[in-house]
Design a binder for this molecule. Structure first.
Ligand code: ATP
Ligand code: MG
Length: 280
């Protein structure tokens, strides 16, 4: 009889595939006055997973990302990031993720290198490794040759690439991307997705992203969460969602699940009307 204990053998075969939840969200809610922007949502993201968070304009995606990244305080519910509660362990939670916001956060009046350096200092990237890490990342997003140029002279695509390099500086376990490819040409979008997938593969970095380019989710996401009017209406792999909607592409499935109505970003149509009157 083998003297190798059975549970040890099981451990060896099981552990490489064993994964844990890098993000756990339960009952997350955000109210702005009486308006409920995010309404009691719960979901999990596995370590190493690429998750697409899709929804029409005003669905609550950015509000959710802001709560996950400690920018906004939730009205209710709980969040765990890399095992930390961002409300009680803000620093540990913040060091667990990088973020590329929907609105640009790079400083136009600094060079690409200076932007990276400022972020490295803010995030406590050790002085000895700072320069090397910045070089690696600027090379990764193909901006090393432009490192001394002011960001105000960069194209939209170059700025997004710099944002991504910045988000990756401190080796985050999770990368949040809010519409990382908005308004970019297909070549640049493709490049950006190559960087993201490469980081996901090589550093086992989990990715949580939003996009209105549904084909990006179809191509790159392991799983998709669809949110509408602040509520999660569907969760699954792209294949599962297509099957659920009886469609053969994810964009059609998305439209079927969320409806055809164009969304106004404002809370209430009357409010929009009042604003127009107020401007007169
Ligand atoms: N600070 C705020 N005060 C009041 N309402 C807000 C605030 N921020 C967001 N909202 C409202 O909350 C809802 C969700 O907005 P959010 O920005 O999360 O949508 P989104 O899904 O990111 O949309 P988009 O695809 O257009 O970026 C919208 O109705 C928006 O008007
Ligand atoms: Mg948004």
């Amino acid at each position: 009889m083998s003297d190798f204990p059975l549970d040890a053998a099981e451990e060896i075969t099981i552990s490489p595939r064993r994964s844990y939840m890098i993000i756990t969200v339960k009952g997350l809610t955000k109210k702005f006055g009486d308006f409920i922007a995010v309404d009691n949502i719960s979901f999990e993201v596995q370590a190493g997973e690429i998750l697409a968070f899709l929804g029409p304009n005003g669905a609550g995606k950015t509000t959710t990302i802001k709560m996950l990244t400690t920018v906004l305080e939730p009205t209710g519910g709980t969040i765990e990031l890399n095992g930390f509660n961002p409300l009680t362990h803000q620093d540990e939670a913040r060091h667990s993720f990088g973020i590329v916001f929907q609105d640009a956060s790079v400083d136009d009046e600094l060079t690409a290198y200076e932007n990276m350096l400022m972020h490295a200092v803010l995030y406590g990237v050790p002085r000895e490794t700072r320069q090397e890490r910045i070089r690696q990342l600027l090379e990764f997003v193909e901006l090393w040759d432009r490192r001394k140029d002011f960001v105000k002279n960069f194209s939209g695509g170059m700025k997004r690439r710099l944002e991504i390099a910045k988000g990756l500086l401190h080796h985050p376990k999770i990368l949040f991307l809010d519409e990382p490819t908005q308004g970019l040409d297909p070549q640049t979008r493709n490049h950006i997705w190559e960087y993201i997938r490469q980081m996901n593969r090589e550093e086992k970095m989990s990715v949580f992203f939003t996009t209105h380019y549904i084909e990006e989710a179809e191509k790159s996401a392991d799983r998709v969460v669809i949110i509408d009017h602040g509520r999660i209406i569907a969760v699954g792999t792209p294949t599962e969602l297509k099957a659920q909607a009886g469609e053969d592409n994810l964009e059609q499935a998305f439209i079927k699940l969320t409806g055809n109505v164009i969304r106004d970003e404002t809370v209430d149509p009357n409010q929009n009307l009042m604003r127009r009157f107020a401007r007169r």
